[in-house]
Design a protein around this ligand. Structure first.
Ligand SMILES: Nc1ncnc2c1ncn2[C@@H]1O[C@H](COP(=O)(O)OP(=O)(O)OP(=O)(O)O)[C@@H](O)[C@H]1O
Length: 539
């Protein structure tokens, strides 16, 4: 477990895609079978363990921790598994046992029996260090959340062994972890596994941020930038006449199971690209004007669930707003320009269920001033901004200069007060660099109490980091395990993309992509923003 735990720990604090690829590749080359196979399954989200149920974790928490300390730390850390891993006491004596391997842990988790599950889990946790405990609990409770997509893990494997990532993708769906035939092929000691008869993901075309308003609108078309999730819909009919549909997310993850309603409605051979959203009335009209989309928050409730309840399917039906077509069942259309693909997409629409698919409309404007004015209205409509697409651009994988631009509306900001701080990781492990901040309850700022609304560690320079670290050390009022509670006097201006209702914080609100925009030493804490004010920005 040690090497795998180290890998996860490094991944969390690595932003660069290349560095992540190298970390995973090095691990896969250095690790024997079957451990690396299980690790790949965990990284790609294909490790389907019966799992450790929340009730078991609750029992473990009650048995091992002080409830108040645990609750405070949980609120700060934001994740139960991570909190257990951090607070788990190191065993008193030296534990005489061989190190645990990834496959031994997977095996134990697969065969947990009801009667001694708690004992087995605690026994393993006692034999591990903090990072390994974190790795184990992450595997046991579901997703790893270390900033690695399924596609990235496959890319790393491909790079490490000199394979083509699309070839890996093609054979992947026919394989089961720990993938012995895949690694035999990778090492050159086995044949390439036979691809299963399933639809395959094609890499998405992406956009650059629009920095200067210099594009000539006669060359570009404008569309709304919808606030949902990017999906690729693939339907193929096999040699046996049997059709299969898959939905892939922006990262190449297969999300079909999360959206059975959309998958069931797509029965026409082809590959389409669009934004998946949940029906509601926030984002304007269409679906032939029977109503538009709900907020991103409604969609988020459906994300990440492997099995979606019938109630959820009924209350939050999903649909896809289409903006591109890659394949129409007979012809690969990717080399055509946007204008031609758009015409093909429009021609394809009558073959689709109008209850689940509509077309992303083109926004007409004679010049940039008009377009800017239209875009300003986007905040009310809970739209993220606009997309500008070059009319003659083919559909190419990744981000290419000058072809697609995203023109987001400006971020929202709020002045919040620092409440708790914790040390960072990696380069920042000696600094208090992760902050939980809150806003005031009550009508006027400073009148009520502070309730947390988010947590951020991004956005500050090294100098500012040292300044905030000094503040935390000199103004600590309480300690809860690794967490320090601080005097309520430091105001941080937080930028965020949107804010939504959430049970995660006591305030009932949570920010999306919060980052520290500025340290407001010029502002007294009682003048920071109120929860009520933030609530007005909820989408
Ligand atoms: N009409 C549209 N055309 C293309 N993409 C759209 C459209 N509406 C919304 N989007 C979303 O905008 C994204 C375009 O930005 P980009 O290619 O940089 O992807 P991203 O990194 O996921 O960006 P972001 O996080 O800014 O949404 C797409 O991935 C897609 O999810």
């Amino acid at each position: 477990m040690h090497a795998f735990a180290q890998l996860l720990d490094s991944l969390i604090y690595t932003r660069s895609r290349n560095a992540k690829l190298k970390l995973i590749g090095d691990y896969l080359r250095a690790t024997p079978d079957p451990d690396r196979g299980w690790a790949m399954a965990a990284l790609t989200g294909d490790l389907d363990l019966p799992g450790v149920k929340p009730a078991l974790l609750r029992a473990l928490i009650e048995e091992r921790f002080d409830p108040v300390l645990f609750r405070m730390s949980r609120e700060y850390v934001g994740d139960t598994a991570e909190t257990i891993a951090l607070l788990w006491p190191e065993p008193a004596g030296v534990v005489e046992a061989a190190p645990l391997s990834v496959s031994a842990v997977v095996d134990a988790l697969m065969h947990l029996s009801r009667s001694d599950a708690g004992g087995v889990l605690a026994g393993m946790l006692d034999r591990l260090d903090a990072e390994e405990r974190f790795a184990l609990l992450k595997m046991a409770t579901g997703s790893l959340r270390v900033g690695v997509s399924s596609r990235l893990a496959k890319q790393a494997l491909a790079d490490a062994f000199g394979l083509d990532v699309d070839a890996v993708e093609e054979v992947w769906h026919g394989l089961e972890p720990p993938y012995p035939t895949l690694f035999a092929w990778a090492e050159g000691s086995g044949e390439q596994p036979t691809p299963a008869d399933v639809p395959v993901f094609r890499p998405f075309m992406l956009a650059h941020p629009l920095e200067e308003l210099r594009v000539d609108l006669s060359d570009y078309v404008a569309e709304w930038k919808w606030d949902g999730i990017r999906v690729q819909l693939v339907h193929v009919v096999g040699a046996d006449g049997h059709g299969e549909t898959r939905l892939y997310s922006r990262t190449g993850d297969d999300v079909t199971r999360a959206f059975p309603d959309v998958a069931a409605a797509f029965r026409t051979p082809g590959v389409l690209d669009g934004e998946l959203m949940v029906k509601g009335d926030v984002q304007g009209g269409t679906l032939e004007d029977g109503g538009g989309a709900a907020s991103f928050n409604a969609l988020q409730q459906r994300l990440g669930r492997k099995v979606v309840s019938a109630k959820m399917l009924e209350e939050s039906p999903a649909f896809v707003r289409l903006y591109d077509i890659l394949f129409d069942g007979t012809e690969d259309l990717r080399a055509l320009g946007w204008n031609e693909r758009r015409a093909r997409l429009e021609a394809f629409m009558p073959r689709l269920d109008p209850d689940r698919f509509d077309l992303s409309a083109v926004v007409e404007a004679e010049d940039f001033t008009v377009l800017e004015a239209i875009r300003m209205g986007a905040r009310d409509a809970a739209i993220e901004g606009m997309m500008l697409k070059r009319r003659d651009a083919p559909y190419v994988a990744g981000r290419r200069a000058g072809l697609w631009y995203k023109w987001k509306r400006d971020p929202l900001t709020a002045d919040c007060v620092m409440m708790y701080a914790q040390r960072g990781n990696g380069r920042r492990s000696s600094y208090y660099s992760d902050y939980t901040f809150g806003c005031w309850t009550g009508g006027a700022a400073g009148e009520g109490e502070l309730l947390p609304v988010g947590k951020a560690y991004q956005g500050i320079t090294d100098e500012e980091l040292r300044q905030l670290d000094r503040f935390v050390r000199h103004h600590t009022t309480n300690r809860f395990g690794p967490v320090r509670e601080v005097e309520r006097s430091m105001v941080l201006e937080i930028a965020f993309d949107s804010i939504h209702e959430s049970k995660r914080h006591k305030s009932g609100l949570a920010m999306r992509f919060p980052r520290i925009a500025r340290i407001r030493t010029d502002k007294p804490a009682h003048e920071a923003d109120t929860i009520e004010g933030l609530r007005k920005l909820v989408t």
